[in-house]
Design a protein. Structure first.
Length: 201
C-alpha cells in the first residue's frame, strides 16, 4: 500500500548517519495508528509477501548492476594511479604484485557483468529468478568488496585517506553484502531453492 505524507499517524524521524552511500539519504518512517484507505492498496489483498519477494529479486539484481559499475570505477582509478605512482625509479604498474591485483579486478568485473546480464535476460523472458538473483548477489557483492579492498591496498597509505575515491568506494561497497538481504540470507535462498528443485544448476 501507498502511505502518503499527509495521512494522520505518519511522520518522518531522524536521518541516519551511514558509513557509506551518503549521497542517498536514509531516514526513519514512523507509522503510529496510521490508517490507509482501501484505494491505496497495491496488488491483491493477502498477496503482499509474494509481491515483496518479487520486488526483492529486482532490488538484488539492480544493486549488483551498480556493483559492477563500482568495480569498473575502482579499476579505472587504480590503473591511473599505478601508471603515475613511482617507486624505485619506475611506475608501480611494473610490479607483478600490482599487475595481479589489476587482473583480479578485471576478472571480478567480467564475471559480475556476465552474471548480471544472465539475470537480465531471464527477467526479459518474464521468468522468476530467485536462484539466479540471489546467486548473482552473493558473487557480485563479494567481488565488489574484494575489489574495493584491493583498490585501497594498491593505493597504500593514500588509500586510507579521504583524498582518494577508493576509500569511499570501500565504504560504499559494503552495502552490497547487506542491502536487499544479507549474503547469509542469499545463501539460504539458494540452498532452499536447490533442495526444492535439485536439477537446477
Amino acid at each position: 500500500f501507498i502511505v502518503e505524507r499527509c495521512f494522520a499517524g505518519f511522520s518522518s524521524g531522524r536521518e541516519l548517519d551511514k558509513m557509506g552511500n551518503r549521497t542517498s539519504p536514509t531516514g526513519e518512517l514512523i507509522l503510529q495508528d496510521c490508517e490507509v484507505p482501501a484505494e491505496n492498496v497495491l496488488g491483491e489483498r493477502r498477496q503482499g509477501f509474494a509481491i515483496a519477494k518479487a520486488a526483492l529479486e529486482w532490488e538484488r539484481f539492480l544493486m549488483m548492476a551498480h556493483s559492477v559499475g563500482t568495480m569498473e570505477a575502482i579499476l579505472h582509478d587504480c590503473l591511473r594511479y599505478a601508471r603515475e605512482r613511482r617507486q624505485f625509479g619506475q611506475p608501480i604498474a611494473e610490479q607483478p604484485a600490482i599487475q595481479a591485483k589489476l587482473a583480479d579486478m578485471r576478472l571480478n568485473i567480467a564475471a559480475g557483468e556476465l552474471f548480471v546480464r544472465r539475470v537480465a535476460w531471464l527477467k526479459d523472458q518474464g521468468l522468476g529468478t530467485p536462484l539466479e538473483s540471489s546467486s548473482c548477489k552473493i558473487f557480485t557483492s563479494a567481488a565488489v568488496m574484494q575489489t574495493a579492498l584491493q583498490g585501497v591496498q594498491l593505493h597504500g597509505g593514500y588509500g586510507y585517506i579521504r583524498e582518494f575515491a577508493v576509500e569511499r568506494n570501500m565504504r560504499d561497497a559494503k552495502l552490497a553484502e547487506i542491502g536487499g538481504g544479507t549474503s547469509e540470507i542469499q545463501r539460504q535462498v539458494v540452498g532452499r531453492t536447490l533442495l526444492r528443485a535439485p536439477d537446477q544448476r
